[in-house]
Write a protein that binds this ligand. Structure first.
Ligand code: XMP
Length: 507
C-alpha cells in the first residue's frame, strides 16, 4: 500500500491512477491528515501543489515520521519542500520551467532510472526552482534549464523530482514510478481486479454476515458492479430495487431487468412511472423537475424498502472520486464528502447502516472489476445517463406523449450509433425534444411539428466535453429515419457546442 500525501495539486489523482495501473494499491490523504499508524504503507509519495514553499500559508506538515524511515518520492512541490527545510534553497525560477524538457541523468542510479533512456521527455510545471540541494543530497538528473531536476538523499530511500511523472507527457513517468515502487520500495504488484474481488467479497461476508441488504439499481455501471460484488458475498440476502421513473430510454426498464435477472440478482422491478409523471405534470423549471424526481424517488424507495423485513444495510455504488478529501486552493482541507443535514426528516431507509464496496475505486477500475466478474461489455461500456432521465431532455413541461416521442427518437439515434460502430467512440449521446414547432412539408401537406436536437460528446469525466464529429452520412441517415418513423417530428438538428460554455444536457 502506498500513501500519497496531497498538497493540493491538480494532478494528485493522476498519481493515484498511475500507481493503481501498476497494480499497487494506494490512498490519497490531505497533507494535514498524515495517518498516525503508517505500518500498512510501504512507500510515500508527496504531490505537487499550487503553493510556493516560501509562502507562510503553504502546507508545511511534519514529515519526521516518514522521512528516512520509509521509501519516499517527493514530486515537484514535495521535492522543493524537502529541500527548503533541510538546508537547501528554493527560489523563484528565472528560466522557463513549464512544459516539456529532456532529462539527462547521472549514471550509477540504475534502480531509479531503469529502462529510461537518456533524453527522455519530462513535463515541468513550477515557478520555483531548487537552487541548492538539501543536506546530504546528490543530483541524479538535470535538464537544459533545471540543474536539480532529480536528487537523492544519501543513505536514505528519499528521492525528489521536479517534473511530474504522473502526467501523460512525461513519457517514461510510469516506468519511473514503477522503478521507485518496485525496485526501490520492494512493493509487490498484486493489486489486480481479481484480487480486489476476492478480498472484498471476504470482507463483505464478514461485515454483513446473514443481515439483509437493500440496494437501488439504476442500470448504470457503478450500482451494477456493486450489486454483483454483494451478490457474490451474500447471495439472496441482497435485495435490489430497480425503479422505473417513466423517464428511461425505450425498453430500458424491461431489458435491464431481464439482464439483472439473468445475472442471478434478487431484483425487484418497480414501475412507478405514473407516480413520477403525475408529480411532474405542468412543471417546466429544470431544477424543480429534478427536485420532484428526487423526492418521488425517495418516497418510492422508502415504500419498497419497508417491504424488505429486517433490512440492516443500505448498499451504495459510491466511488473514490466522490470521497477523496481534497485540499482546497486556500490550503485548508475541504471535505467533498456529501453529508445529509436533514437528520430529523430522513426517510427510514437512510437510517440503515451504509455499505459502499466500491468506495476506493476509480471509474475505470470499477469497469475492470466488473469485467473480472464477467459482467457484459455492453453493460460496462454503457454511456452515462442522468438520474432524472428524459425529464431534463424534454425542454419545458413533460407529458406522456412527449416522453414517447423522445424515446423513439433516442432509440433510433443510439441504435444507429451501435450499428455504425460509433457507440464506443462517443462518451455520451442523446436527443433533446425542443419546445418549438417549425413548419415543414410532407407530401402535399404543410406540417407544423416538433424539432429534436441530437447531441454526442467526447469527454473523460463530463466536466469538459466537445461535440463529436459524426460522419455526415450517419447524420443524414439518422435524420431521415427519425423524420420518417417518428410521427410529430419534422426537423432534426445536431448540437455543435462544446462544454464549457454549453453543458452536456440542455437543462
Ligand atoms: P452537464 O449537463 O452538467 O452534465 O454538462 C454533466 C454530466 O452529468 C449528467 N447530469 C446529471 N446526472 N442527475 C444526474 O444523475 C442530474 O440532475 C444530472 N444533470 C446532468 C449529464 O448527463 C452528464 O453526464
Amino acid at each position: 500500500n502506498v500513501l500519497i500525501l496531497d498538497f493540493g495539486s491538480q494532478y494528485t489523482q493522476l498519481i493515484a491512477r498511475r500507481v493503481r495501473e501498476l497494480n499497487i494499491f494506494c490512498e490519497i490523504k490531505p497533507y494535514n491528515k498524515v495517518p498516525k499508524d503508517l505500518s500498512s504503507f510501504g512507500a510515500v509519495i508527496l504531490s505537487g501543489s499550487p503553493f510556493s514553499v516560501r509562502a507562510d500559508d503553504a502546507p508545511h506538515p511534519d514529515l519526521s515520521g516518514i522521512r528516512g524511515k520509509m521509501p519516499l518520492l517527493a514530486v515537484c512541490y514535495g521535492a522543493q519542500y524537502l529541500a527548503h527545510f533541510h538546508g537547501g534553497n528554493v527560489a523563484p525560477s528565472n528560466t522557463r520551467e513549464y512544459g516539456r524538457a529532456n532529462l539527462s541523468y547521472i549514471k550509477g542510479e540504475e534502480a531509479f532510472f531503469h529502462s529510461i533512456s537518456e533524453g527522455s521527455q519530462v513535463w515541468m510545471s513550477h515557478s520555483d526552482t531548487i537552487q541548492k540541494l538539501p543536506e546530504n543530497a546528490v543530483v541524479l538528473a538535470s535538464t537544459n534549464d533545471v540543474e536539480n531536476a532529480a536528487y537523492k538523499i544519501k543513505n536514505e530511500n528519499t528521492y525528489g523530482i521536479q517534473f511530474h511523472p504522473e502526467v501523460y507527457h512525461t513519457t517514461d513517468g510510469k516506468t519511473l514510478l514503477e522503478n521507485f515502487l518496485v525496485n526501490i520500495a520492494g512493493l509487490k504488484q498484486t493489486w489486480t481486479p481479481d484480487a480486489f474481488v476476492e478480498t472484498t467479497v471476504a470482507e463483505l461476508k464478514k461485515k454483513i454476515g446473514t443481515d439483509k441488504v437493500i440496494l437501488g439499481l439504476s442500470g448504470g455501471v457503478d450500482s451494477t458492479v456493486a450489486a454483483v460484488l454483494l451478490h457474490k458475498a451474500i447471495g439472496k440476502h441482497l435485495h435490489c430495487i430497480f425503479v422505473n421513473n417513466g423517464l428511461l430510454r425505450k425498453n430500458e426498464f424491461e431489458d435491464v431487468l431481464k439482464q439483472y435477472e439473468g445475472m442471478g440478482l434478487n431484483v425487484k422491478g418497480v414501475d412507478a412511472s405514473a407516480r413520477f409523471l403525475d408529480a411532474l405534470a405542468g412543471e417546466s423549471d429544470p431544477e424543480k423537475k429534478r427536485k420532484i424526481i428526487g423526492r418521488v424517488f425517495v418516497e418510492v424507495f422508502d415504500d419498497e424498502s419497508h417491504l424488505v423485513e429486517d433490512a440492516k444495510w443500505l448498499a451504495q455504488g459510491t466511488i473514490y472520486p466522490d470521497v477523496i478529501e481534497s485540499v482546497s486552493a486556500t490550503g485548508g482541507p475541504s471535505a467533498t464528502i456529501k453529508s445529509h443535514h436533514n437528520v430529523g426528516g430522513l426517510p427510514d431507509f437512510m437510517k440503515l447502516k451504509v455499505v459502499e464496496p466500491l468506495k476506493m475505486l476509480f471509474k475505470d477500475e470499477v469497469r475492470r472489476v466488473g469485467a473480472s466478474m464477467a459482467i457484459s461489455d455492453d453493460r460496462l461500456g454503457r454511456h452515462p445517463f442522468p438520474g432524472p432521465g428524459l425529464a431534463i431532455r424534454i425542454l419545458g413541461d413533460i407529458t406522456r406523449e412527449k416522453v414517447a416521442i423522445l424515446q423513439e427518437v433516442d432509440a433510433i439515434f443510439i441504435d444507429g450509433l451501435r450499428d455504425w460502430g460509433l457507440y464506443d467512440s462517443v462518451w455520451q449521446a442523446g436527443a433533446m425534444l425542443l419546445p418549438v414547432n417549425s413548419v415543414g412539408v410532407m407530401g402535399d401537406e404543410r406540417t407544423y411539428e416538433k424539432c429534436v436536437a441530437l447531441r454526442a460528446v467526447e469527454s473523460t469525466d463530463g466536466m469538459t466535453a466537445d461535440w463529436v464529429n459524426l460522419p455526415y452520412e450517419f447524420l443524414q441517415k439518422t435524420s431521415n429515419d427519425i423524420i420518417n418513423k417518428v410521427p410529430g417530428v419534422n426537423r432534426v438538428v445536431y448540437d455543435i457546442s462544446s462544454k464549457p460554455p454549453a453543458t452536456i444536457e440542455w437543462e
